[in-house]
Design a protein around this ligand. Structure first.
Ligand code: ADP
Length: 978
């Protein structure tokens, strides 16, 4: 009934409707029929109103337009239509309400009828009883009357006998008779009382008859009520039919309104285009106006010149006669000169405009020509003519050999033969490229040609929780973008699927738009709609998934650290696969990253490959084994995975808790390729110390596991073009670096008296892994050794950062737990150095400031306890900041000590220490400060060397490329054999 209450509130807008509703509510049983009839009338009235409103010309037009789809809907029409829909909804509710009342009335009448029937039955029983009593009384009365007659007779006889002198016997007999008669007389008294009773019974009978009469009249009333009931039933069915009619009208209206919203979106797009065109038009008009203005000015000037020439001629006439005229003439001449100059200027201006226009037309034509040329080239795909026929024949024989040996399928062979017949450039290149390779590599290279004859590349889809710069928390975001860009450059088709977070950097997404379809995905026993957005980030195509789930999974103001992260990301993993399936995509590789998208691997093989999304191999990269996302095994069921099947020691069961599942372990088991982000880290995690419980699993699957050192995005991290810097600079021109240092010191309020005072930088997430106690020590050590220190530190959990802005805190976002350690101690440090002239602690995430610090600092400290890869050391070197790093994980693969004799000179690039303690830091710091202060020349050389190291994704992406290709080739070969 709640909705009816609400409805009454809504109806307050509509006076007629409100009266109807009240009327029904206030009627009582006695006036039920009137109420019901009124209700019916009211409903009819409402129905008519709806019909009226439906025939409103504006709305009719709106609907007609909508159906035709030709014209645009005006706001008023739209409002009318929406109003109409609302009215229809209200009236439907009213009808429902009336129906409910009518039913209630019906029930009341029926129960009333039943009570009356009961009463009638009781009265009728009492009536029969009374009748029986009357019958008995009548019989007794007859008997009494008979006795009275007899008595009378006896009396008469007695009187008669007394007068004629009877015998004694007779007398005694008579005496007896008399005594008998006396008995009878006594009975006569009873008769009297009986007759009284009979009378009272008669009156009672009469009353009962009256009652029966009244009941009969009531019964006839009930009959009337029955008739009314039938009428009401008819009315109800009529109301139902009109309700159905209204509902169908409503559904038509809803369809119309959905059409309208589509039209609105189209209209919006068109408006945006029209606005763009308008802008262009305005620009063009402005330019034309300017040109017209210049022309008009020109004409005016010409007229003035003409006039002046005329007046000059006139003046010339009087020249001789008048000295004044002479002066005037001179003046005029000067003016004329001036005007001629202006005329010339404006002529030049027009000329330059015309030239500019001609140049831009030429440029346009050139671009057009080159584009046409290029497309012609592409279209023709000219055959390679300069290879001897022998070459092509050999190639054909090779292909035939492979088919016979069942190394390739007949279909692939057919395609390859066609390429040979066409003397296609691609197959020629492939053959030449395979000269040095073994046969299986050659087969996979050739098979790539058949998968997509026009582009021999692979189709790779990354499913990830981060992507720089739109949604970046740490290195994962950098890797997804850097690797994708490098693969794209190598000719592969790369796509990325991300959650659509509310807190993303939307300004870094280009052409973001929602697709006109939703993708339905399963979760917790239900299907949920997902809105799919597309846009480009750093030139890469990205799909953003926005789930329409009541828990608003990605509408939390932060990326991680929510209590339901397991649910959020298992939902996302499934929705991403659903998107690929429903879009009919056939990727060669699906690459998932870290525990957040590790669910993709088991989901793919258990649910999606059987559904037909079976073209892909799964690659899983673990960027940090510290975070494994374990959860209670039952939680796995939400995304549709089979808990008993997967919670097994050889599958997803966590190695240290049997009632928990481990997504990272699941991905290791179910992926075709497993990588981590540096070779040293790959070794470390295979040991009991470094594997965080997964070393045995990794050792078991070691054949498919390897470490590939990350690269960095050298376009985004480039000091020669970096827009965040005060001054751009290069290895050959280091003055710019010094200027950035000076500017940043000023910016942060640090003392900048001494140019030669070394500045140490540190940019990190403040988690224990990063060696926070050693960072703290490095701050004090820098101060002792006369340097300056800038720390940019972020917490992975956004709200900690906000609440404790001035504190040096760190939190561990592992499986949703937060770990606040040494808070008080670091609060103290932050406060102590708040206005210090050599130390600055900035506790937040700040992309632009990070660029500035890399450029401004001379040294960069990375004292990690463990470091899967680490990007900051590579970025620092690219910006000429020399790393001081602990030899672990990826740091060990990218930072080589300047004093390490086992390393060739050209590879030495920084200062390293082995044990993660204060002595280790001190040793490396002292050596670095020593070189900086005492041998500036060597230092500068070191800086230049570091800046010239190639940390691009190029070589790392090649390694991924090779892994992908091998895996795809293996799968195809297996498919041929089965
Ligand atoms: P991790 O992935 O463990 O956080 P990496 O060294 O692999 O560490 O990557 C860190 C990335 O995050 C680098 O690009 C670094 O510049 C950036 N970064 C870390 N902390 C901050 C911060 N507070 N503000 C801006 N960028 C940061």
């Amino acid at each position: 009934m709640e909705h009816i209450g609400n409805h009454e509130t809504t109806c307050k807008d509509d006076a007629d409707t409100r009266v109807d509703v009240k009327h029904i509510d206030e009627e009582n049983l006695g006036t039920l029929s009137v109420s019901a009839i009124d209700t019916n009338r009211d409903m009819e009235h409402t129905d008519e109103q709806i019909m009226d409103s439906l025939t409103l010309p504006a709305v009719t037009k709106a609907l007609a337009i909508n159906r035709d789809g030709g014209e645009q809907l005006s706001g008023v029409q739209l409002e009318d239509l929406i109003g109409m829909i609302k009215n229809a909804e209200r009236n439907i509710l009213l009808l429902n309400q009336a129906r409910v009342h009518a039913l209630e009335d019906l029930h009341k009448i029926l129960s009333e009828k039943e009570t009356l029937q009961g009463e009638i039955n009781i009265l009728e029983m009492r009536l029969t009883e009374a009748d029986a009593q009357i019958k008995v009384a009548c019989q007794e009365k007859i008997h009494v009357e008979l006795l009275e007659d007899q008595l009378e007779k006896l009396r008469n006889e007695l009187i008669h006998r007394g007068g004629s002198g009877k015998s004694e016997l007779e007398l005694s007999q008579n005496q007896n008779k008399i005594s008998n008669e006396e008995v009878l007389l006594a009975r006569d008294g009873r008769v009297h009382s009986l007759s009284k009773e009979v009378d009272s019974l008669k009156t009672e009978n009469l009353a009962l008859k009256n009652d029966i009469q009244a009941l009969k009249s009531m019964l006839s009333n009930v009959k009337n009520t029955d008739e009314r009931m039938i009428t009401l039933e008819n009315e109800r069915s009529f109301l139902q039919s009109s309700l159905k009619e209204l509902e169908s009208k409503l559904s038509v209206s809803q369809e119309d309104s959905s059409n309208i919203s589509t039209l609105k979106v189209e209209c919006k797009d068109l408006w945006a285009k029209v606005e763009n065109l308008q802008l262009l038009l305005d620009k063009a008009t402005k330019q034309a106006d300017q040109a017209i203005l210049v022309l008009q000015q020109n004409q005016d000037l010409r007229k003035k010149v003409d006039k002046l020439e005329e007046s000059l001629e006139e003046a010339n006439v009087f020249k001789v006669s008048s000295e004044k005229m002479q002066q005037y003439n001179e003046l005029m001449q000067q003016k004329m000169k001036l005007l001629e100059e202006r005329l010339q200027k404006s002529d030049q201006e027009i000329h330059s405009y015309v030239q500019l226009y001609q140049e831009s037309v030429k440029e346009f034509q050139d671009t057009l020509d080159s584009l046409i040329e290029e497309s012609k080239k592409r279209a023709s795909n000219e055959p390679v003519d300069d290879m001897p026929w022998e070459f092509w024949s050999r190639l054909l024989l090779t292909i035939d050999g492979w088919v016979l040996e069942k190394k390739i399928s007949n279909t692939d062979a057919k395609l390859l033969r066609e390429l040979v017949w066409k003397r296609d450039q691609h197959i020629c290149d492939a053959y030449l490229a395979c000269k040095e390779k073994n046969e299986s590599e050659a087969v996979s290279t050739f098979l790539r040609l058949t998968s997509s004859p026009a582009s021999p590349g692979l189709y790779v889809v990354h499913i990830a929780a981060e992507m720089a710069p739109v949604a970046k928390v740490g290195g994962l975001g950098d890797v997804v973008t850097g690797l994708s860009k490098a693969l794209q450059k190598k000719g592969h088709l790369v796509e990325i699927i991300l959650p659509k977070y509310d807190c993303m950097q939307y300004n870094r997404v280009r052409d973001l738009r929602a697709l006109d379809v939703t993708v339905e995905s399963y979760f917790d026993g239900k299907l949920f709609q997902n809105k799919v957005w597309v846009g480009t980030v750093e030139g890469l195509p990205v799909y953003f998934i926005e789930p329409h789930h009541p828990n608003k999974f990605f509408w939390r103001g932060q990326y991680y650290g929510e209590h339901d992260d397991f649910k959020r990301f298992s939902f996302f993993s499934r929705a991403a696969l659903e998107l690929l399936l429903q879009a009919g995509k056939k990727p060669d590789i699906i690459h998932c990253h870290d525990w957040q998208t590790a669910f993709v691997a088991p989901l793919y093989w258990d649910l999606y490959a059987p559904k037909g999304l079976n073209s892909a191999r799964i690659c899983f990269t673990c960027h940090n084994f510290e975070y494994q996302g374990t959860a209670s095994a039952t939680e796995l069921a939400s995304c549709g995975l089979d808990v008993p099947q997967l919670n097994r020691p050889d599958r997803m069961q966590d190695n240290s808790a049997h009632d928990r599942v481990n997504p990272v372990k699941g991905a290791i088991v179910f992926s075709n390729i497993v990588t981590t982000v540096s070779p040293t880290y790959a070794q470390e995690v295979r040991t009991a110390e470094g594997g965080r419980g997964l070393h045995s699993t990794l050792n078991f699957h070691s054949k498919k596991f390897m470490g590939i050192l990350n690269g960095i995005d050298t376009d985004a991290w480039n000091p020669t073009t970096d827009i965040f810097l005060k001054v751009q600079y290069s290895a050959n021109e280091l003055q710019g670096k010094a200027e950035n240092k000076a500017a940043m010191r000023r910016h942060l309020g640090l003392l900048s008296a001494d140019d030669q005072q070394p500045l140490v930088g540190c940019i990190t997430r403040l988690v224990p892994q990063k060696g926070v106690h050693l960072i703290r020590h490095a701050i004090y050590r820098t101060l002792e050794m006369g340097g300056q220190f800038v720390l940019l530190g972020s917490s992975p959990v956004a709200h900690i950062q906000v609440n404790l802005y001035c504190c040096f805190v760190y939190a561990k976002a592992n499986d949703g737990k937060e770990d606040l350690i040494n808070k008080r101690e670091f609060e103290g440090i932050a406060n102590q150095f708040q206005n210090h002239e050599h130390i600055r602690l900035i506790l937040k995430y700040d992309e632009s400031l990070s660029h500035y610090i890399y450029a401004a600092s001379d040294m960069f400290i990375i004292p990690s306890i463990f470091e899967p890869c680490g990007l900051t050391q590579m970025i620092a070197m690219r910006y000429g900041s020399v790393p001081i790093a602990r030899k672990t994980g990826g740091l060990n693969d990218s930072v080589f000590d300047v004093d390490d004799d086992t390393i060739p000179h050209q590879f030495r690039n920084g200062f390293t220490f082995t044990t993660p303690d204060e002595q280790g830091v001190n040793g490396a710091f002292e050596r670095a400060f020593n070189l900086y202060k005492n041998n500036q020349k060597s230092w500068q050389q070191l800086v230049r060397n570091d800046m010239n190291i190639d940390f691009s994704w190029d070589s790392s992406a090649s390694q991924y490329e090779e892994l992908y290709a091998k895996s795809v080739a293996r799968a195809r070969a297996a498919a041929i054999h089965t």
